[in-house]
Each structure stands twice: as C-alpha cells, then as structure tokens.
Design a protein around this ligand. Structure first.
Ligand code: F0G
Length: 487
C-alpha cells in the first residue's frame, strides 16, 4: 500500500524499515530468563499470560492499554495538577482538549473505558433492545448484556478473513444494518456502535465513507450513533493512508470529521492518550445531563471522575499528541513491518496490518489443535516459553459458554502481540519476528490446553489452564537443541 505521510523516511539503499521519531530519555530494565524458568513461570500462572509477573517477562506485548510511553510534555504536565475535589483546573484543561480534538462540547470523565461503557449502557440500554455494531469488545458486550441489551455484530464478510487486501475490514455492513433495523424496528435499537480500529478482529479500521453511511441511516430512523474512540488515532492514520479522499487531510481534521458523525464519543485514555482514565463527550445537553447523574454515582465528582488529577493533566496533553502524525504512526508502522516480515516468512498473520498489535492466526499456526483446546491460548503459552514474549489470547478463551455449558467457539483464534506506542525498538521487533518464525517451524510440538479453574465472568483474566500433554517440556528440549545455552 502506498503511504501518504510525512513520517515515511526513505533509505538510500531502498531499505524499508520504520524509524523512531522520538528519543529515549527514561528506561526500564528488562529480564530475559532461561527457558526452564519461563516454563516454571507459565506453569505457576496456570498457562494464562495474564497471570505472569513482569520479572519473568522479556517483551510485554500483552496490551497497549496503559503501557504506551508517555512524552516528556505529558510527564511535566503532571506537576501542575490542580488537586481539588470540585472545580479542578486540570479538568478544565482536559475538557478543552476533548473539545478541540473531538469537537464535542460536553465532557464527562470516567476512570477508564469500561466505566464509560457502564455509564452509556445504563443511560441508553433497556431490556429487549439491540445494539448493532461493527464488532464487539469484551467489556463493551458485558456491560450491554448486564443492562438487558443484545449485541448484534454487523461486520462485512471480509472482516474475519485472515489474509485480505481490503483496507477497511472494520466497516459495518450497510445492507445488514438496514436489515437489522427492518427486523427489530428502529425503536428497539438502543444505538449503533462503531468501534475505531476494531480490536478483536485485529485492530482493523473503518472508513469515513462507511461512517457517513451509518450516520445517514441513523438520521433516517432517528437512532443514536456511539463511537468507541479508544483507538481512534490509529483509525484516523489508516484513513489518511488508505482512503483516497483524505490523503491530504491532517489527522486533526480526520478526527473531527469522524467524531462529527457520532452523537456520543467515548474513549479509554489508557489507549488513546497514553495515560490512564477515560471519558465521554457529546454535543447534546440532554444526553450529557442523563449521563452526568451516573458519573457522580459511579465514578466520582464530574471534575475528576475516578481519576487522579495528574492523569487528567497527562490525558489533556496526550489527546493533543494524538493529532500528531509522528506519534500516531509509530505503532502502526512497527506493526506493518512485523506483519509483512512474518507474512514473507510464511507465518499466518492477520492482513492487512492494523492497529494496536500484530495478530497471529492461531488456527493457521496450529491446525492440529482443535478449537475446543484453545489454540490461541496454547500459542500464547508456547511463545512465552520459548522467548519471554507475553502476548494476549483473543479467541475462545476470551469467549463464554452457552446455556448447556459448551464453549461458544470464537470467530477467529488470534494471538495478539501488542505494540504499545514508542516502547519497543527495531532490534526487539526483529527478535519477535525471529522467535515467532522459529516457533512456526516447530509448531507441530505445540499441543492444546484445558481449564482447571474457570471463572464465570471474563474468564480469560483469572482462569487457570493446563496442557493436554507434556508438549511444553518437549518444546523446551527442542529450544535447547537449537539455541544451546543461549537465553
Ligand atoms: N473499547 C476498546 C476498543 C478497547 O480496546 C478497550 C480496552 C476498552 C473499550 C475498555 O477500556 O480497558 O480502559 O476499560 N482494551 C484493552 C486491551 C483492555 O487490552 O485491548 P478500558
């Protein structure tokens, strides 16, 4: 794909690698332990990468949530935090940033993205309503269902194809959306939700064209549109790269256009502005007042909303930085490099590359492991054992069971290797590519997993599993054969 960016740097010898447009001024020591110690660590953690501890991890690619590197300006802004219960100037600065970047006047703080989801779901969803969306996110769905709503995923046929050259796999299917409204009636639709850089299908963006069509349908039927803007910076970046009409627009302009097409915009600041916290914004006074009541009840007073004022200051700066191409392009360009290299090596990986991480296709990687034995979870454990790289299972373990207690098999089994913004260097990225490739060549050694302890809600966080055979020991033995005493 052609790039349209001030951040694309050409090498005289034609080399195509991403360049870091920042310098490192504070660092954290990493630990690369012997493979046997990593095996012991994952065993102790119940073969669940959420249960690992950082001293056992080399590259933490679990998530980009709350792990993006902050800028010097963000850190210094924290010193001017105005610590007061009500009327904090820190909040006023954040409010102004949200107005400037998202173009919405009324701003509510929330302690993180799922808290915003709680407020919005309580305010707008009643039992028996449906919420069509391009794809669900785990916490989003949980909040909607607790409030009696039904999530309807209206993705396009291309969305779940692992290898594709469709630039906007995150688009909602317009015909199916019309069909849903016809079937349920507009009054049963609580709202339409669009998720920027659709997380669970591999960080895939939607286009402005698609969002405009959604807006038209919503206007026709008097339905609200809610935009999950947690990964909106990257979505805007892909629009600039891939949607012809916007090649010459700035990220700031694209962000304002996207948000203008939604009635409510909410976000996790852990992602969008490289800090903590979250928020909701709208231009409707009526919606604002409805949600404000819930913010004071669940989050805290409306000038802090469960966040520390330091985080609020850093959020304000982080939001402005989201309009800066050199900031926003960093993670997608490293992901693109990794995805293209892995694809060149024959490793099955979600294409085209998207936001937040590189997504390995676990069913293609481990075709011999049935979905009931959680291939994405097994792949996460195996990669950690042989490399110290911690990824996140995004497959059936992240799903739920049906009424009969049978696993609802996920549409796709992915291992996500997140690239938090400005955190990893190119040599670390090359290490990732090398170890994933080695594991792919030895993938016949990897077996499945089964639950030994399974929580009822969001089981992927705290569940414990065990291997279905002694495959981890065999994998360690092969590692030693190939790498000798090396870590
Ligand atoms: N919406 C999207 C699209 C998200 O990716 C997340 C979080 C949330 C909402 C919830 O926000 O964590 O601040 O409560 N995603 C994280 C991840 C957890 O690792 O992808 P939160």
């Amino acid at each position: 794909m052609k790039t349209h960016s001030a951040t694309e740097i050409k090498f005289s010898n034609g080399l195509k690698i991403p360049v870091e447009l920042h310098k490192v001024r504070m660092v954290q020591k990493l630990h690369l332990k012997p493979v046997e110690e990593r095996l012991a660590a994952i065993e102790k953690g119940g073969y669940n990468t959420f249960q690992l501890k950082t001293p056992d991890i080399f590259l933490d690619m679990l998530t980009d949530s709350g792990t993006n590197a902050m800028s010097d300006k963000q850190v210094s802004s924290m010193l001017q935090a105005d610590d007061t219960y009500a009327g904090s100037q820190s909040f006023s600065r954040m409010e102004q940033a949200v107005r400037d970047v998202f173009g919405k006047h009324y701003v509510l703080p929330a302690h993180q993205g799922r808290a915003a989801e709680n407020i919005i779901s309580r305010a707008l969803i009643s039992p028996g309503t449906v919420i069509p969306m391009n794809y669900h996110f785990t916490t989003t769905k949980a909040h909607m269902e607790i409030n009696g709503g039904e999530v309807l995923e209206i993705f396009t046929d291309e969305a779940l194809k692992i290898k594709s050259d469709v630039p906007f796999k995150g688009n909602i299917d317009i015909d199916k959306l019309n069909g849903v409204i016809e079937k349920y009636g507009a009054e049963k639709v609580a709202f339409i939700r669009m998720e920027a850089s659709t997380n669970l299908i591999g960080g895939q963006p939607f286009s402005i064209r698609n969002m405009r069509e959604v807006r038209e349908i919503a206007d026709k039927h008097n339905i609200l549109v809610v935009l999950d803007a947690s990964l909106i910076g990257e979505n805007a970046w892909f629009i600039k790269q891939r949607e012809e009409e916007y090649h010459n627009s700035t990220i700031a302009e694209i962000l304002l256009t996207l948000c203008s097409l939604a009635d409510i915009v909410y976000f996790s600041s852990r992602k969008v502005s490289s800090t903590r916290g979250g928020g909701i914004c709208t231009n409707s006074e009526e919606l604002f007042l409805k949600m404000r009541e819930l913010v004071v009840l669940f989050e805290g007073f409306i000038t802090y909303g469960g966040m520390s004022v330091r985080e609020i200051e850093a959020m304000a700066i982080g939001l402005y930085e989201t309009t800066d191409e050199t900031v926003i392009a960093q993670s997608p360009s490293f992901i693109e490099y990794t995805v293209n290299e892995l694809d060149r090596l024959g490793v099955p990986v979600v294409m085209p590359s998207g936001a937040l991480g590189c997504h390995l296709d676990a069913m293609g990687f481990l075709p011999h492991v049935p979905q009931e034995e959680y291939p994405a979870g097994a792949l996460a454990a195996a990669l950690f054992i042989i490399s110290g790289i911690r990824g996140m299972e995004r497959g059936t373990i992240s799903s739920v069971r049906d009424q009969q207690g049978k696993d609802i098999l996920a549409d796709v089994e992915l291992l996500r290797l997140a690239f938090p913004r400005r955190v990893f260097t190119l040599s670390q990225t090359m290490f990732v590519i090398d170890r994933v490739h080695w594991l792919y060549k030895n993938s016949n050694l990897v077996g499945g997993l089964k639950f030994t302890d399974e929580p009822k809600v969001l089981r992927f966080f705290n569940g414990r599993l065990t291997p279905t055979s002694d495959w981890p020991q065999k994998l360690v033995a092969r590692f030693r054969e190939d790498f000798g005493e090396s870590l």
